[in-house]
Design a protein around this ligand. Sequence first.
Ligand code: ES4
Ligand code: ZN
Length: 324
Amino acid sequence: MKQFIQNLPKVELHLHIEGTLEPELMFELAARNNIDIPFSSCAEVKDAYNFHNLQSFLDIYYQGANVLITEQDFFDLTWAYLLRCKNDNVVHTEVFFDPQTHTERGISFDTVVNGIHNALSQAVDELGITSQLIMCFLRHLDEKSAFIALNQSLEHKDKIVAVGLDSLENGNPASKFERVFKYALDEGFLTVAHAGEEGPASSIRDALDLLKLTRIDHGVRCSDDETFVKELAKHRTPLTVCPLSNIKLKVFEHMAEHNIVELLRKGVCVTINSDDPAYFGGYMTDNFMAVGEAHSMSKTEIAQFTFNAIEASFISDQEKNRLM
Ligand code: ES4
Ligand code: ZN
């Protein structure tokens, strides 16, 4: 199975670029930019990655992002991730970035987007990996801050395919961003949102209805509502599921209890993704392996995760056919 999964072409649809910051690069960038970090070794950093829920992870994740200052830093971060993609046979990736995490620290929107974009375009020629970029709003910040980020993105529309919503779900309902998403849709962006990671099935329904989503990020708590699961299957609404993330953040206690295989067999368009791989202990192959080891699946079923991801991706039908 390891060989089959390793060789399987993969498409990633849920990946926070800030979540690919490995401790080694964190130290390198901290030194380069003269920034103090509260760790003295990579082992110490990894020891701190013991999370009990989403918020305990987010605190460490935003702290890590402080070492990212220059366009070159964002390029280097993205390029390191793309090399991992090459290693895992990821042929297409749709990457999230959180502009507000950086603009709030005085880093310009242009610095962030240009660094990431330059690495993604170089990867087409040098690594044979295609990509799309998705800008996420931080849901713990207010609507006004999201509107500022959206306005900043308009001159980079050629580089950004969709807007999304991440950070703390509980206490920050989709309705808070209804007007921002309406504006984004009018400007021609597709929309996605994290929902049903820690929040209930009703929060997925709300996000789908209010924000006119093309896909749902996580969405695993849809299982609390069997009728809703049937609707998701019927409409082939994609869920970008992140198995190792869900275990690390205690959404499920053990991988054997994870519902991704059950949802696959019910006909839901579920996909496997790595979320924040530097923090959650693995990239795409690791995520596929973790599911494959905990659940008995046929090769056809394992490959279906890639077919689902191609179906759910934000690329033209012509490009989809090339990947099939
Ligand atoms: C995230 Cl796992 C997760 N959930 C919500 N927001 C996030 N940002 C980065 N990773
Ligand atoms: Zn995520």
